[in-house]
Design a protein around this ligand. Sequence first.
Ligand code: NIG
Length: 325
Amino acid sequence: MKFFNFLTKNSAKAYINSREGETKLGESITYVSSFEDLENLSEKYVIFGIPEDIGVRANLGQPGTSKTWEPFLEAFLNIQHNQFNDNNCIVLGSLDTEALHDKATQIKEASQLGSLVSEIDLMVTHLVEKIISLDKIPVIIGGGHNNSYGNIMGTAKALDKKIHVINIDAHTDLRETNYRHSGNGFSYAKQEEYLDRYAIVGLHQNYTPQYIFDLMDNDKSISYSLFEEYLHLTTIDQLIKFKKATDFVKNSFGFELDCDAIQDFDSSARTPSGFSVNEIRSFINLAKKQHVHYLHICEADASRNPLIAKALSYFVSDFIRTENN
Ligand SMILES: N=CN[C@@H](CCC(=O)O)C(=O)O
């Protein structure tokens, strides 16, 4: 496949600050230079980036999600390799979206970006299908939430069945299927019958149109909890509520985390009211005890504030950490 930029041991060095007597995760993990190389490796998690914001722009959102992969690498590869962080992941690299971004700059009308988003969908689907077929778990750093569609389609194809998904998000992304963008990934996945049960956690009352509430209230395969219901709960009670969502998706699901759900977090639809970084970490630690097909963290813009990439790095390291570490 020519659409991918592999991260090699050599290119990773640019992101790592070496210290004598210490080993950073980026210095100890395995790198590959082809998809075939993945086949012989025992690492469970395969991390890759989707540096694009075409889907967000097509949805009239704030661009910047294309600039998250490299800051993420800087944060993640510098984690200490120690008794808590072992070598159970491969950092694969990122989709090559440069040509698509070049094309996108020529387009003025948001709706005309849909065909480019569909091209990204195919790339994401192919990659996720490949990784899951190798019995590994993709960890995907977005990018816009349009990529939920490729994740779900790729997983469903690999498993040869429609899948359940849990989504921590301020929005449902169940907008109309008029053209592809970041606000309708789940609508397309439902329409194409790749998505079975869908649980949204922490939906914001203020940013969901009535037609979507009506749609959800009439569909038994969709459940949602409002962020407003979590506002005054203790962490334990929040986790109990979150567990009800994982039960709804039969404790076997694709796991979507839209950073629009996190308070004061640079993202395409930044919010002053939302979950804290530590609450998200608790949700991840509960979710990982279930059967998770993939983790997708999206909509963050890590280009301006180093804390954003560091938060993403906490999320990923929590998710991939071996249980008894
Ligand atoms: N993935 C994000 N989707 C949101 C974006 C909201 C916004 O940009 O304000 C949505 O379509 O509702």
